[in-house]
Design a protein around this ligand. Sequence first.
Ligand code: SF4
Length: 456
Amino acid sequence: MPTSTVATGAKPLENMTYWQRTFGCQMNENDAERVAGMLEEAGALPVLTIEEADIAVFLTCCVREKADIRLMGQLASIKNIPPAHEEKRIIAVGGCIGQRDGELLHEQLEHVDVVFGTHNLASLVRLIKARIDTGLPAIETAEENEGFASSLPVRRDKPWHAWVPIMTGCDNFCTYCIVPYVRGRESSRTLEDIQRELSGLAEQGIKELTLLGQNVNSYGRDLYGKPRFAEVLAMAADCGVERVRFVTSHPKDLLTETIEAMAAHPTIMPQLHLPLQSGSDRILDAMIRKYEIAHYLELVQQLRDNIEGISLSTDIIIGFPGETEADFQQTLDVCEQVGYGQMFRFIYSKRSGTPAATMQQNATREELQNRFERLEAVAQASSLAENKREIGRTLDVLVESASKRDARVLAGKSPKNQTVHAPMPEGQDIDAFEGRIVKVRIEDATTNYLQGSLEQ
Ligand code: SF4
C-alpha cells in the first residue's frame, strides 16, 4: 500500500485500488456511485475483485434480517483473503449497518477498519486516510444528515441514468421497519438545490433520472414554505431529460396534484411503485400504515383514470404478526383486483428495535411457504397479463446492455419499466445502442420480458 504518496501531498489514495459491494435499496445504489466518485477523485482505481483491492467498501442494508446475517458472514469470511499488496487491505463498512452498529462492528469484527453511517458519506476518504496515517480504526457516524450526496463527485454506474435524491429519512415508523432508526427523520433538499442538479443532467447525456426518497410524497414538509412533491415532479419533467421516474410513494401521502402532474407531463413514465404491504385493514392498522384498502383502491382508480395504461408495482409482506388466513386471502384479492405489473414479495422478517419485533408470530413455516407460493402465482399471472397487452405495440426502449443469454440481442426498459429484448441488426454490437432510446415493435411476451424487433 503506497503510504509514501500520501506523505508527499499527492492525491490521498493515489496508486491504491478499490472494490465495493452494495446491498439494499436505491439509496445505497446512489451512495455507491458517490463512493466510487470520491475514491476515484482521491486517486484510487477500481478493480473487479476484492482480492485485487487495497480498499474494500461495503454499503450495507439492515431492512431484512437474512441480508443482515449474510453480510456479517461475508465480512467475517473476507478476513482471510490475503492483501493485494504488502499492507493490510482496508475494510470500510457504511450504510444502515454502519449507522446502526458503529463501534460495535469493529468490536465484533476486528478487521473492519473504517465504519461510517448513512449521514456522513462525505467523510469516507478522510476516514480511510486517517486509518492509513494512524493505523487505528476510524469509526464515525452522525446523528443528523450532513448533506445530500449529490454535492459529492459521482461515477455513474450507467452513464445515461442519474439518481436524484430529494429527501432522506422517514417520519412514519411503520411497526415492522428499521428505516427511521437508521436513516433518521425526514430531511428534504431545497427546490433550488434540486433544480441546480437537474439543470445540468441533459447536457451530461442523462436519458433517465429517478427522484429518490423513502417517501417522496411527503417531500418538503420540513422546509420553509412547505414546497410540494408535485412541484419537484414538474421541475424534473421539464429539465430536458427524456424520462423521469420516482421512488417510493407512501399511499397515505399520494395527492391528486401528484397524479395530475404525472398525467400532464409525458416525460414522467407511466409507472408507479405503490407499496400495499397487506390487503387487510386489520393488518395495515397493526403495521401503522395509516390508510385503508378502500382508500388505496380509490387511488388506483384515480391513477388508471388519469394516466392511460399506467403500470403499478408493489411490495407485499407475508406473515406479519397476527396475519390470519382470512387476512392473507384479502391480500390475494386486492392483488388480483389491482393487477400489478410487478410485485415484490417478502416473508415478514423481524427487526429487533421495531415495535413488531415484540408481536406474536402465529403462522407456521408451512403456512408462510404456502402463502408465498399462492401470491407468487397471482404475481406471475398479472405480470404476464400486463406484458401480453403490449403485443403489437411499438414501444420506446432505453437500451441498457446486451442480453445476458445472447450478446446479439439488446436488452432495455420500456416506459412501464418492463424488460424488452430485440435482436440487433447484423454486424452491429451493443456499443451502437447502449444508452439510446430505440423503437421496438413487440411480438411476444413472457412473465419476465417482452420480445420484439427494432424499428429503424
Ligand atoms: S414509510 Fe414505513 S416502510 Fe417506508 S421507510 Fe418509512 S417507516 Fe419504513
